[in-house]
Design a protein around this ligand. Structure first.
Ligand code: TPP
Length: 538
């Protein structure tokens, strides 16, 4: 008879989860010992890094990834990745060790209440009642993680379970495409057929459901203006497409104003809507027909207005395309590139991104975390390929670095670029070590402005004032820190040195970090200024 440990590796193999991201402790060692040769273990020096790399890897692969962390110690440190995975619909099977069942009642050292801790941010949190249920629980967790909306599941596994005897577990097929109701989609078709000026709002689920090409074809068929969802975790429409009108603002009235010219709006794969600053107003101009097609029952139920249809976004786009009338050419002004910024000193983020846009290969992948420079990045990086852009789904810093490394490990043929703030990088900085050890060829571009510019911007935007502690972070030398982890790193201070530094980075192999001294930002809050009538907190 096989052991729980042997059957578990067999199940992981059958489910395609042979790359394991982790950070070990005593309670995991009985599982990790003698790992079969066809498995690869990728070590993160902190759980935010380990689970965060798995997150990037899973997003690139489009399938669940196995993570092994350490008891409650790791569940706490790795929790922010679970939040990202839950809100970003990323399938992860996260496990942590538990103390030996035989003395668990005595509350031994490292006893774990991780299952209760992670519950709000996973699709399932469970500690198997019997040792021999462990492999089947992993299989069940995998299938649940892969059901739309995808997301993380969590298992706590007592350390004495691995040596128990256990029956084999057969691999099952569980289909995961949920088709939207055609009768409901006919309502969307009828509204589009009657519309004078429709718009599409494109969201991250288009990539989750692999619907990029169907949505581009639909937009062209309808000749509809296309807007990206507010604060997008993915870009899901070609940035230079003539129908692309840019991103929506994350506040009620400004967003409704942006869409005011449209009589019908169809939101594909996004919430209605993701807001940041509280600027009360209509969700959408009264009289506008609003539809949402989403793979998330949660988003459907939480939408503030409109008719929601739950199901696969790619299938919905295909259905609407084949049933709605084609429309004549769009009369709106086509998308035009922003004016080229000047090389100023100190370097402006807009100049940095305009040079990066010129230098990087067009199939590059951007994984960003640069809060106050998001707007400039959005304006100047013009990528037209699917799966080109990743950003934090809910503002929990620490996402960027590990996600970039995971994305790079999963797709070595597309260069991953990670623009990251000098504050943001600190939340998962030890990922630099994993990038070096695994030769993940990410180009990290640190925007070094020595403060929390985004927060200062928010202070101004909401009239909190500037008399707030903890807004400056002087004296951090990211070049030395990266070198300490074994990474090639250099500093750029003058605008004329950006282009050569970037060209050299793209021409070279291996990861590297470029720390760019930039002007302090924060003039705008997620693209909004005083003209939107922001909330006042003073
Ligand atoms: C884990 C976490 N802690 C704190 C914050 C609050 N926060 C939002 S933006 C920001 C500043 C980040 O600084 P930096 O990366 O240098 O970017 P900048 O604002 O200067 O553009 C902070 C601390 C957060 N979102 N997440």
């Amino acid at each position: 008879m096989s052991t729980v440990r042997e059957v578990t590796y067999d199940v992981l193999r059958k489910l395609g989860m042979t790359v394991i991201f982790g950070n070990p402790g005593s309670t995991e060692l009985p599982f990790l010992r003698d790992m079969p040769g066809d498995f690869k273990y990728i070590l993160g020096l902190h759980e935010r890094s380990a689970a965060g790399m798995a997150l990037g890897y899973a997003m690139a692969k489009g399938s669940a990834v196995f993570v092994n962390l350490h008891s409650i110690a790791s569940a706490g440190n790795g929790l922010s990745t679970l939040v990202d995975a839950f809100l970003g619909h990323v399938p992860l099977v996260v496990t942590t060790g538990q103390q030996d069942r035989r003395h668990i009642l005595a509350d031994p050292f490292l006893v774990s209440r991780a299952v209760e801790t992670v519950k709000p941010y996973v699709k399932w949190a469970y500690e198997p009642l019997r040792a021999e249920d462990v492999p089947a629980a992993i299989a069940r967790g995998y299938h649940l993680a892969m059901q739309p909306p995808r997301g993380p599941v969590f298992l706590s596994i007592p350390m004495d379970d691995w040596t128990h005897e256990c029956q084999p577990v057969e691999a099952r097929k569980v289909h995961d495409t949920v088709l939207p109701d055609p009768a409901a989609l006919d309502e969307v078709v009828a509204a589009l057929d009657a519309s004078r000026n429709p718009a599409l709002v494109v969201g991250a689920q288009i990539e989750e459901d692999r619907g990029w090409h169907q949505v581009v074809a639909l937009a062209e068929h309808l000749n509809a203006d296309v807007y990206q969802q507010p604060i997008p975790p993915r870009w899901t429409f070609p940035r230079t497409h003539p129908l692309f009108r840019g991103g929506l603002l994350p506040a009620q009235q400004p967003l409704a104003d942006q869409l005011a010219a449209h009589d019908t709006v169809v939101v594909l794969g996004a919430p209605i809507f993701l807001y940041y600053a509280y600027v009360p107003g209509h969700t959408i101009k009264p009289g506008t027909k609003l539809f949402q097609i989403t793979n998330s029952p949660h988003h459907a139920s939480a939408a503030l207005a409109g008719t929601s249809i739950v199901g696969n976004v790619a299938s919905a786009a295909r259905y609407i395309l084949s049933h709605a009338k084609a429309r004549a050419a769009n009369i709106s002004t086509p998308f035009s590139a922003a004016p080229e910024p000047k090389p100023e000193y100190p370097i402006t983020p807009s100049y940095l991104f305009s040079v990066l846009n010129k230098v990087m290969p067009k199939d590059s992948v951007i994984c960003e975390e640069c809060p106050s420079s998001k707007g400039d990045l959005d304006r100047y990086l013009l990528l037209d390929e699917p799966c080109s852009f990743y950003s934090v789904p809910n503002g929990v810093l620490g996402f960027g670095l590990p996600a970039a490394v995971g994305l790079q490990l999963a797709q070595p043929n597309r260069r991953v670029v990670c623009p990251v703030g000098d504050g943001s990088i600190q939340y998962s900085v030890q990922t630099l070590w994993s990038a070096v050890q695994n030769n993940a060829e990410v180009i990290f571009i640190v925007l070094r402005n020595s403060d929390y510019s985004a927060l200062k911007g928010f202070c101004d935007f909401t009239q909190v004032g500037r008399n707030v502690p903890g807004m400056d972070i002087p004296g951090i030398d990211m070049v030395k820190i990266a070198q300490g982890y074994g990474m090639t790193a250099l500093e750029v201070d003058r605008p004329e040195h950006i282009e050569p530094a970037l060209r050299e980075a793209f021409a070279s192999r291996g990861p590297r970090l470029i720390s760019v001294n930039v002007a302090k930002g924060g003039q705008k809050c997620m693209g909004m200024d005083q003209s939107v009538n922001p909330p006042k907190y003073s």
